[in-house]
Each structure stands twice: as C-alpha cells, then as structure tokens.
Design a protein around this ligand. Sequence first.
Ligand code: NAD
Length: 495
Amino acid sequence: MERVTHWINGKPWGEPAARHGEVFDPTTGEVAAHVDFATATDVDQAVQAAAQAFPAWSRTSLARRTTILFRFRQLLLEHADEIAATVSAEHGKVRSDARGEFDRGLEVVEFACGIAHLLKGEFSENVATNVDTYSVRQPLGVVAGITPFNFPAMVPMWMFPLAIACGNTFVLKPSEKDPSASIMLAELLAEAGLPDGVFNVVHGDREAVEAVLDHPQIAAVSFVGSTPVARHIYETAARNGKRVQALGGAKNHMVVLPDSDLDVAADAAVSAGFGSAGERCMAISVVVAVDPVGDDLVERIRERAAQVQVGPGTDPASQMGPLISAAHRDKVASYLDPERTGGGTVVLDGRGRTVDGHAGGYWLGPSLVDQVRPGTPVYDDEVFGPVLSVVRAASYDEAVEIINADTRGNGVAIFTNDGGMVRRFRMDVTAGMMGVNVPIPVPMSFYSFGGWKDSLFGDLSIYGPDGVRFYTRPKVTVSRWQEHSSVDLGFPTNQ
Ligand code: NAD
C-alpha cells in the first residue's frame, strides 16, 4: 500500500505516523493509499523548519527568488500531465479538467515570477525640508495554507507561490482526501532550488488544522473550504492574533434574461453545473430563469444534461467523473428526495447511474430540479454535486432579490444581450465575482479571487494584488540626511 507522508525541511518525513487516513480511488471505491495524519508535534516540526528557514529566505534577493520561481514554472510544465493524472486518480475529475485546474494554478506561479515589480514601494522626496519618506512591503514570517479536496493542485498554488515570492516560509495542510499532488509540488520546488524548510506539507484532518491555528509561530493563515469550517478558521486564527483569509462555500446563481440566446445559456448551465461533477466552488448550482423563458430553457438544459458522458477520468470519452466519496455521493443524491426538493420537480434523475466495469465507483448522473424555491434544502444547502436547480423569477428585480437574499456571494452570472441590464446587475448584485455570458468567472491571476458575504471571511481576497498585500506588511520610513541639527522637543511637523 502506497504511503503518502509529510514533507518537512526539504524531504519526506521519515518517522512512523501515530494516525493515518485512507485515500480512495473514487472510480472503484477501493483504498489506493494511506496518508499520514499529523499530530500537533508533527505540525510543530514543520513550523520549526519553516521558522529556521525564514531569516535567510526573507533576505534572499528578489532576483534569486525569481530565478527559482522561473525554474519551478518550467518543471511544472514538464510534469503537467503527471500532476493532472494524479489529481484525476485521487479526485475523480476527468483528465482535461485536472489539466485545466493545473493551468489555472500555473498562472499564479507566473504572476509570482513578477514579484520584483509587485513589491515595488513608494518614495516621496522632500516631504519636509530635507526629509524623504518611503514605504516597502516586508514578509510576515511563517504562513500556513489549508486547502479543500476539490482543487488539490490549483488551490495550494493560489497561496504558496506568492507567499514564498514575498519572502515568507510556508506550511501547507492539503485535503486528506487527495494529498499526493501537494507532495509532487513540494518535490518540484526542491528540484527548482528552493532552500529546505521554505515549503513544507503536513497532512491530516482537524487535529492538524487545530495545531496550525494554535501555533504561536504561524503569522497568517489562508484557508479555502466550506463555510462552517471557514468561519471557524477565521474566528480561531483571528483570536490567536493571526492574519487570516478564509474562503468558504458558495451557491452560484446564473440569471437568464428573456433576451438571451437560450442555446448559449443552456450550454453554459450544463458545462458549469456538471463540470467536475458539480464539485467546484464556482459551479453554477442555481439557474434563475426570468419569465417567460423557463419551460423552454429547462427543456434545453435537460436534453443536454441527459447526454453527458459519465465515466472514469482516464477515459477520454468521459465528460464527468465520480464524486469524491460514497458518503458525499449519497448526500448529494438525497437532495433529489421529495423532502429535500420541497415541491421542486425532478426533471432529470441521475440516481442509479452505473458505469461498466466500475461497479464500486461513486457515480451520480447529472440531475435537474425545476421550480425550486428558497427555503428548501436543495436551495439553501451547498449541494456540491451534479444536482442543478432552476428557480423561476417573474422579473429581473425578483431574480436579484433572490440572489441578494442568499447568505453566500461567491460567483454570479448573467446571460443577456442587453449591455444596460449588465451594468444594472453589476451595481445591484451582492457577489464578489460576476460573469457576463460567462458562467464560471474565475479571475485571472493578475486580479484577485474572492467572494462576498459567507463566501469569504477576512478583508483580502486570494492571489493577485490582494495576495501580495495579504502576505506582506507595510513599513514606512521617514529619513533626513543633513549636516547640522539642534535640540527641538516639539512634535515633528512638515515644514
Ligand atoms: P472542508 O471545509 O470540509 O475542508 C477544507 C479543509 O479543512 C481540509 O483541509 C480539511 O481537512 C479541513 N477541515 C475539514 N473539516 C474541518 C474541521 N471541522 N475543522 C478543521 N479543519 C477541517 O471542504 P472540502 O469538502 O474539502 O471542499 C469543498 C468545499 O470547499 C466546498 O464548500 C466549496 O465551496 C469550498 N471551496 C471554496 C472555494 C472558494 O474559493 N471559495 C474554492 C474551493 C472550494
């Protein structure tokens, strides 16, 4: 049985683990590997390695840091297919989708390669007679990242490239469900020449997370995962004096206005609703059909969804893989039960979907529930699977009211050909990322990613310019160079 272990101080951890978990192959339901679960003592070892590496790394020139990041980028490209295959094997998503998440993570590495430009400070000459003022941004120290199962390569890459480019050292606690990609990234960072201790990985569950939150030498925590855990991370880490950004769950709505092209909208709803089996924080989970397009749109979505090829990620014909676990599959499927649809009509039922030769896989076919209303479990809960809801709205105003009443505000999309309505929607809607005829509006790496309301706890979004702000703190210097001085007990004023 393969053993996935921690990566501490530039090498795999050599000690026996007190606890471990199982990593499943979601296409067969069989155990594929064991993953070590870190105790507080193990987490401390990683933090000590990171703390020892910090003084030298934070003083390493920007030119040297950039050289390592460029080498890392090159190595990533050389190992792209291997990483995508590992992500696909442990998560279940199809290979092309795994390669897509890899590419979006790579983008952040490329952004971090420009760190010399991103860290430029400000300088004001002669703010008072003979006095200059300037500001620089300096690293925080040891920072930690805690990441979810659904993007085992991309979400860690949302965090550590900028964190280490800014001069911090890093401890990653990836999802215990698909832990191997993080170790591949660690190996490539080492091969790129990153000094030992700058990047460390500890695997585990809640016990490891609590050890990170309680560790006095960790200065900041980035978290991506579900809303209840994000809230807990935010509150605990902040109480312990850490800087924290905690990205939570989502319920992304896609509004279809009557003037939109319904084929375009139906293609988008199916792609964004069922891609990665709906296990994306930016998946469309609710289509809001504005009268009178509902019946027509639902039929077009149903036709397309029924044709989605479900199968193992290794098969190039597959468009959608299995879910992450049997328990999650059963939970997602339960949202098709009458007590959870709350009067909604199941127009496509993916329960009972089987895949030849993969009887034990965690399969659930695309499912569509029409006439869903807020206040029902299928609407209120983050389903996080291939169950797409359709809510009918009488007007644009009602559509916006429904969306804005929701507690989450990650992504939102509007489908229309009316530029004026787009402008109105941008001003009206309470979500952090908006797509116009684009169902999954994930910002490029030179913008930042973050939702509103219960989709992000903290002040700064992740990666992009906010990432640089999050992983650095400003220092302002006021300086005077002059030959003569005198004693003056007055408060300094600008003259
Ligand atoms: P999760 O919240 O269960 O787990 C995330 C991380 O927290 C994992 O590393 C896990 O080990 C740890 N964890 C889990 N339960 C914990 C607990 N009780 N105490 C402390 N730590 C705990 O999330 P998941 O199921 O791995 O991922 C799916 C969720 O992540 C969805 O809700 C999805 O919307 C969200 N997500 C959000 C974004 C975003 O950018 N907003 C991106 C990706 C995923």
